[in-house]
Write a new protein. Structure first.
Length: 162
């Protein structure tokens, strides 16, 4: 069983674009998401993943995660089973000390939201924050991709949505 340990932050400027050593576009959909469990299909460039995640721990830092590479053609077929649309984003990769921050620039209904994540080996591992990192939102479920699918960023603050 694999354990994903990550911290998540809002991004307050676009310095990550200049600092990035790479980027790629992602389209992902959810076959299922309930009770903190998700089954996700992700397509990026010529790669596709089937991912199963369990609920996050109380702090929102750790959760079970299982990934399996699948054929892009199979992923496109599985996307037809996804509920409630897709998440679209461009991911930038930025070195910071020995770590790589993944900075997601959301598109579509989540346009305007930019979130950075860093994966760690332990919940207490120290890491160096790049200058573009803002408020920490680790554990704030509003920023989970599966939540953004049901409650898009563009609707936050409108009609009490969030």
């Amino acid at each position: 069983m694999a354990l994903e340990i990550e911290r998540k932050f809002l991004v307050h400027n676009q310095e990550y674009v200049k600092a990035a050593f790479g980027h790629y576009d992602i389209v992902q959909g959810y076959i299922a998401h309930q009770n903190g469990n998700t089954v996700r299909i992700r397509i990026s460039d010529n790669d596709a993943l089937l991912t199963i995640k369990g609920p996050s721990d109380a702090a929102g830092i750790s959760r079970f995660e299982w990934n399996h590479h699948i054929d892009v053609s199979d992923a496109r077929e599985l996307m037809k089973l996804c509920v409630e649309g897709v998440i679209e984003k461009r991911r930038y990769l930025v070195h910071s000390g020995p770590h790589v921050f993944e900075v997601d620039e959301f598109h579509g209904e989540n346009e305007g939201l930019v979130v950075a994540e860093v994966e760690l080996r332990s919940e207490t591992e120290a890491f160096e924050k790049p200058d573009f990192i803002g408020e920490e939102v680790t554990g704030d479920r509003r920023y989970y991709n599966s939540h953004l699918l049901r409650n898009p960023f563009s609707l936050w603050g409108k009609n009490g949505a969030e």
